[in-house]
Design a protein around this ligand. Structure first.
Ligand SMILES: [Zn+2]
Length: 246
């Protein structure tokens, strides 16, 4: 079957003598792997050089029994020039793309994830507070990929939690005072303020443009960084390579 869609390049690598294999986040078919035959031998064959994060119009033959499809056309339409020269922004884009690649299953259609990545890359060209942008991305991608932290009540007994709370990294949610384990290893339960919990829930529920305007205090940003990074490390089983540069 021949399909036409739009895709963001998450990564690509050389394949055999003259080809490249790219992982695209596509608008209509989720995360898709495709081979671009002859792209290294005849660069003019495709209207793209498969730059990471670029948006491309693509046409490919969808093979039924393979996880790699044959790309016949690929033309770049958006390069995001606004962050290419800035190492910190480029690192943020790498982190977001790696996180997405880890959390999202192959070939599962999810247009919301596509729109999220596009919004993130667009905003990365202009938004000043890069760390805030990363936290917004983390919260939204966790929600959309089904890994959201449990914040509505105690993750063990479902009791409502008022005021200061504790967040359990292994259980992935808030724990009330009676469920909080007395002697867990250091770092597995962290204290989290009501303001931080409310900010995460606000970011989950609100559209991108609204969230961008959200003001976060230094204290909330510090807590978000700690809780989100540790939560992700705990649940992704390995450190994302780019996390350590953020
Ligand atoms: Zn409880």
């Amino acid at each position: 079957m021949i399909v036409t869609t739009e895709g963001i390049v998450l990564k690509s690598f050389d394949f055999r003598e003259t080809s490249r294999i790219a992982t695209f986040l596509t608008k209509d078919f989720g995360k898709v792997k495709g081979v671009l035959k002859g792209i290294r031998k005849t660069p003019g064959k495709f209207g793209t050089s498969l730059d990471r994060f670029s948006v491309n119009d693509i046409v490919y033959y969808q093979y039924r029994n393979s996880d790699i499809h044959l790309v016949s056309q690929c033309d770049m339409k958006e390069f995001f020039n606004g962050f290419r020269q800035d190492l910190k922004r480029l690192t943020a884009a790498s982190y977001a793309s790696e996180l997405l690649d880890t959390l999202v299953m192959a070939e599962e259609e999810n247009q919301e994830v596509y729109v999220l990545m596009q919004n993130f890359l667009n905003s990365l060209q202009t938004v000043e507070d890069i760390n805030k942008l990363i936290h917004i991305f983390q919260i939204k991608i966790l929600l959309l990929s089904g890994f959201r932290p449990h914040l509505d009540s105690c993750v063990r007994c479902q009791k409502k939690i008022a005021g200061q709370a504790n967040f359990s990294l292994p259980w992935g949610g808030l724990v009330c005072a009676s469920c909080k384990p007395p002697a867990l290893g250091a770092g597995s339960v962290v204290s989290i303020t009501k303001g931080t919990v409310a900010s995460i829930m606000h970011i989950e529920e609100s559209p991108w443009q609204v969230v961008l305007r959200l003001g976060l205090s230094e204290r909330i940003k510090k807590e978000l960084k700690y809780v989100l990074n540790h939560f992700l490390v705990f649940h992704l089983e390995r450190h994302l390579r780019s996390t350590k540069y953020l």
